[in-house]
Design a protein around this ligand. Sequence first.
Ligand SMILES: [Zn+2]
Length: 399
Amino acid sequence: METPGSQSSLHRANLERVVRAVRLAGSLTQAEIARTTGLSAATVSNIVRELKDGGTVEVTPTSAGGRRARSVSLSGDAGIVIGVDFGHTHLRVAVGNLAHQVLAEESEPLDVDASAAQGFDRAEQLVSRLIAVTGVDRAKIAGIGLGVPGPIDVESGTLGSTSILPGWTGTKPAEELKDRLGVPVHVDNDANLGALGELVWGSGRGVKDLAYIKVASGVGAGLVISGRIYRGPGGTAGEIGHITLDESGPVCRCGNRGCLETFTAARYVLPLLQSSHGTELTMERVVSLAREGDPGCRRVIADVGRHIGSGVANLCNLLNPSRVVLGGDLAEAGELVLGPIRESVGRYAIPSAARQLSVLPGALGGRAEVLGALALALSEMGDSTLLDGSLPTTAPAFT
Ligand SMILES: [Zn+2]
């Protein structure tokens, strides 16, 4: 037994701090590790050497600011994480290692709303197939991150809403998947995972305060505050789609009137174009027509941008984020939507709250959520198990 405060327990705590910093960032130079952990350069140097000798980390030469440096990452074969993302119409799975490398990724169409049981069956099959394709050792799976397109009750892990995923009401997605795959599963909603994905791999790299806004069948935001996802006590934080913009506006599915969603989500926006452009339109098609110069589609996209910008201005006043990342199909519209967003932010936000803000399109497109699921699995796995060489399986994996 180690006594708290003893030399050896302090050393152990330092080892865990370094491993955690590298695990969350993917790779860091020794100077960055020192900055992140608050440890001295000499201590970091000694710890990195010890971890390298033990096979926990790999060290590769790199350059930082024109100077030679050493980049530290977890060993690729130290463990495996898996991301599973359920959209309304697709299932996507990615297999990655602890060095933040994606080893395999695949997406298939799936009517996710229809049946939760069928969704979990297909996820189990796709995970098993990708494990086979990559040839990784199943015993090395450290955890699974799982994304669902609906609100998760933080305490019970239950999918809450009856209107968003009717076939899933009352299910506990993380437990369902854990029972099937025998490894720890961590669940979150798609907007939070999109935020994590962009933060670790995409347009949010290097910032600590970020909002990821996804406009799809609904409008949601994933909020990162001081480097961590902010969920709120009930897991409902980020419901930006239900900010009231117009008290006498259209009735929203939440029962209020004039929510941001009623001016921006596909189900409300597409009907505006149906008499001029036909009834087969999708948001993807509207975006591509707008890019080709179609004046009606351009007008609609610009209006959507202005309304999102009002919501973003509210966010700026409350949270003062340094970056807003727009995800979903709408991000493909580029400046056609980003320009009007910035214009509204300039008009409605307190100048000091928006001064440092940059509004960028997501860099990961439809992969943001599954990569966020990988990031969730990486952030939730413990370091003590990694340092002791045994991964936290809850049962024999994939019997
Ligand atoms: Zn609403």
